[in-house]
Design a protein. Structure first.
Length: 364
């Protein structure tokens, strides 16, 4: 590690792969380090920072940075496209506060490429004071084992064959490749949902895409009881910015071939559904129905349930839906429901109408 530079860990990985869960585990488990967090979301609402804030508020001995929560949101689009406008000013703020910060954790949007962000660490203002400790790519174990990325390639190939005019349409598989191409360390998440054969499939897929020198760890962040293991993720000392220009990826290759410059997120759509109080069971049932009938990759947010003093977090990845109560509604906070949905060709009207049928009362 380079002396006197603040180390920054960049956590990348597809939508819903487990990045926020990992960050929350680190913030909860690692005490004695002052950690600043930068989160970037695809979509108009930053649910992740709200969840992470809930986490650091719950951990009294873990204030991230003095006098605020230490969580910086870059909610306005994908970090890989807004490096200059959004990321640089935040980094300058952190550099100015460097005596208060031991480590920076950056969660990129699930649709972002890590390369442009890491290249920004070579800008003089940043380079002088910060270094990239490691790029950690989180891979959704069950999704990879189930062939979600492969089947998407097949689907897109079929689309390309059907319509020759289709230019470069980056697939989920290419995005996974590009997120893996920059990795210093790969973490396979949701290992509680993997059987030994799944593990082998995931291992084989990752091994095809990363050099042998890059380690792959199977980790279960929801069971993040192992602080020493989490601590080992910080302090890798890779100085990833030094070699980043030489990392090859599909995105740069398409660009060099003269293809229209676009990013995976140009092909995704997002919308936010805002409602008042909802019937919890009806909401789950309607959402499950939408996950089956629409091309939704990710849905997340929270719901206000009548008579419940806590807000209910809603999480969906693929067709899997989870929910839990995370914190009490504050006294003057309006009780409302808000769900961000990310997918392809979303019909907002349909999504809103279906979920609104679970609404019981308008927001207070
Ligand atoms: N079973 C299981 N579920 C997990 C694990 N880690 C994360 N999840 C669930 O997976 C869902 C997505 O997790 P997040 O941590 O929000 O994923 P993310 O990568 O931050 O998602 P985006 O920010 O939307 O890209 C949530 O419902 C988590 O509870 C795990 O180890 N096991």
């Amino acid at each position: 590690m380079q002396l006197n530079k603040i180390p920054a860990t960049v956590v990348t990985g597809f939508l819903g792969s487990g990045k926020t869960t990992l960050l929350a585990g680190i913030l909860r488990q690692i005490t004695g380090k002052r950690i600043a967090v930068i989160v970037n979301e695809f979509g108009e609402q930053d649910i992740d920072s709200s969840l992470l804030r809930g986490c650091s508020l719950g951990c009294e001995d873990q204030p991230a940075v003095e006098d605020d929560s230490g969580i910086y949101e870059l909610a306005n689009g994908c970090i890989c496209c807004t490096v200059e406008e959004e990321f640089l000013p935040v980094m300058k703020t952190l550099v100015a506060r460097r005596d208060d910060i031991d480590h920076i954790l950056i969660e990129t949007s699930g649709l972002a490429l890590p390369k442009p962000l890491v290249q920004a660490f070579n800008w003089p203002e940043v380079r002088q004071h910060c270094t990239v400790d490691a790029i950690i790519t989180v891979v959704d174990g069950p999704a990879v084992a189930a062939g979600r990325y492969a089947s998407d390639v097949d689907r897109i190939e079929a689309q390309r064959r059907a319509d020759e005019s289709l230019d470069h349409d980056p697939s989920l598989s290419e995005l996974l490749d590009d997120q893996l191409s920059a990795a210093d360390l790969v973490l396979v998440s949701k290992t509680d949902l993997l059987d030994p054969a799944d593990r082998q499939r995931v291992e084989a897929l990752v091994a095809e895409r990363v050099p042998e020198s890059v380690k792959t760890l199977f980790i279960d962040p929801t069971l993040a009881t192992d602080a020493a293991r989490l601590e080992a993720l910080m302090g890798i000392g890779a100085a990833s910015e030094e070699g980043i220009d030489h990392i090859e990826n599909h995105h740069d290759r398409h660009h060099a071939e003269g293809a229209h410059h676009d990013h995976a997120h140009d092909h995704f759509d997002s919308c936010v559904i805002r409602l008042g109080e909802v019937d919890g069971d009806a909401m789950a049932e309607r959402l499950q129905q939408l996950l089956k009938t629409h091309e939704i990759y990710r849905a997340k947010g929270f719901a206000a349930i009548p008579g419940k003093p806590m807000r209910r977090v809603i999480q969906a990845v693929g067709e899997r839906l989870d929910g839990y109560f995370d914190r009490l509604w504050e006294q003057h906070e309006p009780r409302h429901t808000q769900i961000v949905i990310i997918g392809r060709a979303l019909n907002r009207h349909d999504l809103h109408a279906t979920l609104a049928s679970a609404e019981i009362a308008k927001a207070s």
